[in-house]
Design a protein around this ligand. Sequence first.
Ligand code: PMP
Length: 355
Amino acid sequence: MKRIYNFSSGPAALPEQVLRRAQEAIWDLDGSGIGILEHSHRGKEFGRVLARTERLIREVGGVGDDFAVMFVTAGATHHFAMVPENFLGPDTTADYVHTGVWSGKARDEAARYGRVHTAGTGEPAFTRVPTTLEWSATPAYCNETIYGTQFSAPPTGAPAPLVCDASSDIFSRPLALAGHGLIYAGAQKNLGPSGISLVIARKDFLERGRRDLPPLAQYRTYANEQSMHNTPNTFGVYVIGEVLQWIADQGGLVELERRNQAKAALLYAYLDQSTAFRPHAATDSRSMMNVTFRAATPALEAALLAEAEARGLSGLKGHRSVGGMRASIYNAFPEAGVKALVEVLDHVEHGRTSK
Ligand code: PMP
């Protein structure tokens, strides 16, 4: 069966090596005669899978023992509420850096639990990540998938531990954990399947969290019980381990960053010289993972989407809330696919469609 170039923003393309190995493991995990979907989470086989995934996250990401690695059976949206529920009281304030749709949702959730302050905003067009920040208390920030912006480095000057929604760019470059209390990421972009999120948090930061919440609502439960308070998403943990092994096989995060920069540069270089297509994000805030752009006219946009589909390039339509186009080119997305997109853009711009 022919696989096509999948520009979806998530669930998104995964490395072929991972898909092939997962195929085998569904049938028979490591010669055990039982597939990964069927193994008990309390058995030694899954115990090895969990330990391996955590070890690889620590090795590949350079995550030290002062941080806990947790798997939460939920998407990133879950943490929009879980973070303030754990760390924000009614009389305390959290700073949010407002970079787009997702940070807006996270900030709205936090307002249920305490006070929120917008430390900086990319409004109205969200073409840039805000850099002039006015911190007041516990800050949170976000790399924005929908508008296609990314912090080139974590925000500085925060008076309290940073909390980061890293869903759109986790493990696309070396992790910069300094200054962070907690980072979370939905797995379905750079890590594995949907319905599971990775949380990396400082152990001393977790100690500050509320203790009167139900166990599964407290991060410390996941840290103290190795994400095994109840049945975890066993298949998700397995796939994340395979993805991390693939990253290690490629040469680690430094090499992936080099590749990701090269892929993104190809596409932005085309868009920058194009008169028909215009990139959305400002040069200093561009995401390597989500390249957002618009066509000069709706007709051109429709022509591009049709031509791309005809050539086996799928998932280029932008998020329903902002429109336009978005090419998600996460770690597993091949450079050949980016070149194919540039070719299609060029053909559509110069009126050379296949029809
Ligand atoms: N945060 C960011 C930055 C995202 O890109 C997304 C999903 N695209 C979410 C949160 C929401 O993730 P989920 O659907 O897993 O809750």
